[in-house]
Write a protein that binds this ligand. Structure first.
Ligand code: TYM
Length: 336
């Protein structure tokens, strides 16, 4: 079976963007792919999250994986820091990556600008190095496919470049990964600023639908979402002219599994306010169900830890194989 790898950082409350951009695809993949779903806790250290928050958030994230239908009997669920090989490969890949290519990463440039505007904060090296740890995550398992949102495309491309570089120096060590990015829903935008990506780190919570939002706030956030002042108030997909409406259409399409052009036909003659009611009804119904399942898992911490433990054991075996292989190609002597 082809290998599929994806991960989420437990650096903030998960959003509907995380769900639509990647998690909604995960359970469907489990029969046809060998799936690894990782909680990227080491990545979260690049932003200073509080100890108590991180600890809680790692288990929250595993609970969401389960609530989204990931089955630990079919897929490997694990915590990144439990598989030390990630950090080790990270170092090796550092030595084959260029300062200039990392400096070109859009996500780094954006985060750097935000930090520079806040003069109390400094840019840590981990933030710069972030994509190389991500490349290690992916390459360690000889991954074929990486389902992610559009913002991660550049990181997967960098991963391919690094893999190609090592492959041409040392023979075929790494499988080249392909990002899986759907045409719609791979970049859910902020509700009040629909030209900006919806992000778990947004300081304005009205921009974001969190997976744990209560229903009344979902309804009010959608109601206040930015639309446009086009006189016709027609509902159709146009990212330039109607970023707000297009964003709601993408959310609606992901939740109903209906194509955007079909939805636009069905919504002919519907007013914006009515459309928002329909979207928030669907969102509320979906979130209620997800939350119910989430809380069922979240209250059983020993079960969550057991899944993570067993997942890490399975992941370690696979990771160790790739790491031994690359170590010996590089000329490092095995421990035993
Ligand atoms: P993170 O936690 O920032 O995002 C997790 C996933 O959610 C997607 N995503 C979105 N998709 C659509 N619309 C949005 N508004 C939106 N916001 C986030 C992201 O594209 C991502 O797929 N660096 C990764 C975590 C990671 C990883 C990996 C992913 C670490 N190692 C290896 C794949 C393979 C990240 O962006 O996390």
């Amino acid at each position: 079976k082809p290998i599929l790898f994806s991960a989420i950082q437990p650096s903030g409350k998960l959003t509907i963007g995380n769900y639509i951009g990647t998690m909604r695809h995960w359970s469907k993949m489990q029969d046809d792919y060998e799936c690894l779903y990782c909680v990227a806790d080491l990545h979260s250290l690049t932003v200073q999250v509080k100890h108590s928050f991180l600890e809680k958030s790692i288990l929250d994230t595993i609970s969401f994986y389960l609530a989204c239908g990931v089955d630990p009997n079919k897929s490997i669920i694990f915590i990144q820091s439990h598989v030390h090989q990630h950090s080790q490969l990270n170092w090796i890949l550092n030595c084959f990556s260029q300062f200039s290519e990392l400096s070109r990463m859009t996500q780094f440039k954006t985060k750097k600008t935000i930090i520079e505007n806040n003069y109390f904060k400094k840019i840590n090296v981990g933030l710069f190095n972030y994509p190389i740890l991500m490349a290690s995550d992916i390459l360690l398992y000889q991954t074929n496919f990486v389902p992610v949102g559009r913002d991660q495309k550049q990181h997967v491309e960098l991963t391919r470049n690094i893999a190609n570089r090592l492959n041409s120096l040392y023979g075929n060590i790494f499988t080249l990964p392909t990002p899986l990015i759907s045409e719609y829903g791979s970049k859910i935008m902020s509700l009040l600023e629909p030209k900006k990506k919806m992000s778990k780190s947004d300081i304005n919570e009205k921009n974001v639908i969190f997976l744990l939002d209560d229903i009344s706030s979902v309804v009010s956030k959608v109601k206040n979402a930015m639309t446009d002042s086009e006189k016709s108030s027609k509902i159709y997909f146009d990212l330039e002219k109607k970023p707000g409406i297009s964003n709601l259409l993408e959310i609606f399409s992901a939740l109903t599994n209906k194509e955007i052009h079909i939805l636009s036909q069905e919504l002919e003659g519907v007013m914006y306010s009515e459309f928002k009611n329909i979207v928030s009804e669907h969102l509320s119904k979906f979130l209620l169900q997800l939350q119910q399942s989430y809380f069922k898992y979240r209250c059983n911490e020993s079960y969550l830890k057991k899944i993570a433990y067993e997942g890490a054991l399975k992941a370690q075996l696979k990771a160790e194989k790739t790491l031994n292989d690359i170590n010996s190609k590089l000329g490092l002597i095995p421990f035993l």
